[in-house]
Design a binder for this molecule. Structure first.
Ligand SMILES: Nc1ncnc2c1ncn2[C@@H]1O[C@H](COP(=O)(O)OP(=O)(O)O)[C@@H](O)[C@H]1O
Ligand SMILES: [Mg+2]
Length: 242
């Protein structure tokens, strides 16, 4: 009998399927995915391009509908929720760092980072103070009044990360967060995400190709062709606990 205590689940995915398009144009992106992320862990998802990583993140985040199976996030069943409630749940509980940053070009950096606070009901003054402090923490002091186009790719990525963390969501979902960053900035961002994941009631899921950052993962999930193939820890030991 194992004496290890396994932390409660943050995300529980069972037999999830998702097909894009119909008929001859149908592309099955998820073919029955089983997947768990625990509270207090940083979990990485790796796998070749096109294997379904972004699709999996999107259905967990509630930004994309799925066809079959079950998804629970912190015990709430997305498959059983009305779309309006999924949106509410996501706004409060999920921070998403997209591959393509998705910053709003007409807003300043402070305004971009304020958005999640404003949609959760904060006043503009409080939102902008918190946004500015978050940008400082990301190593971008004094850039708050710039628009994204005046920043480098790496700086824009740090703004996007600030926006995902500012409202302290319990689940942080990151699609290739270090792809536009140099090594030192990438390490700084991963240290921050590592700290977030140490909170016992939060969880960080990172999709990456970047083998320089694998060392930050508590567990790695390997995907291939729309399915999870293997879950293992840093030492390569398979994870049988689920
Ligand atoms: N909006 C979409 N419409 C049609 N096919 C899509 C769409 N998004 C993804 N796909 C397809 O689904 C599969 C999985 O894509 P994706 O989840 O983006 O993979 P990954 O992130 O691992 O590179 C790919 O074959 C991709 O072409
Ligand atoms: Mg992708």
């Amino acid at each position: 009998m194992s004496t290890t205590t396994v932390a409660p689940l943050a995300v529980h995915v069972r037999a999830v399927t998702k097909t894009f398009g119909q008929g001859e144009a149908a592309v099955p992106a998820l073919k029955g995915v089983d997947f768990n992320a625990r509270q207090g862990e940083l979990l990485m998802i790796v796998g070749p391009s096109g294997c379904g990583k972004t699709t999996l993140l999107s259905v967990i985040a509630g930004t994309l509908n799925f066809d079959g199976g079950e998804i629970e996030v912190f015990g709430s069943s997305l498959h059983a929720m009305k779309p309006r409630h999924v949106t509410e749940f996501r706004k409060r509980n999920v921070g998403f760092i997209f591959q393509q940053f998705n910053l709003i070009p007409t807003l300043t950096c402070i305004e971009n980072v304020s958005v999640p606070l404003l949609i959760n009901g904060a006043s503009r003054r409080v939102a902008e103070q918190k946004a500015e402090a978050m940008l400082d923490q990301m190593g971008l002091p004094g850039r708050g009044h710039d628009r994204p186009a005046n920043l480098s790719g790496g700086q824009q990525q740090r703004v996007a990360i600030a926006r995902a963390l500012v409202h302290e969501p319990r689940l942080i979902i990151c699609d290739e967060p270090t792809s536009a960053l140099d090594k030192d900035t990438g390490s700084h961002i991963m240290d921050l995400l590592r700290d977030v994941a140490r909170h016992p009631d939060r969880s960080v899921i990172v999709v990456t190709h970047d083998n320089r950052i694998f060392k930050y993962a508590d567990r790695l999930t390997e995907m291939e062709d729309g399915r999870v193939q293997r879950v293992h820890d840093q030492a390569g030991n398979p994870d049988f606990s689920e």
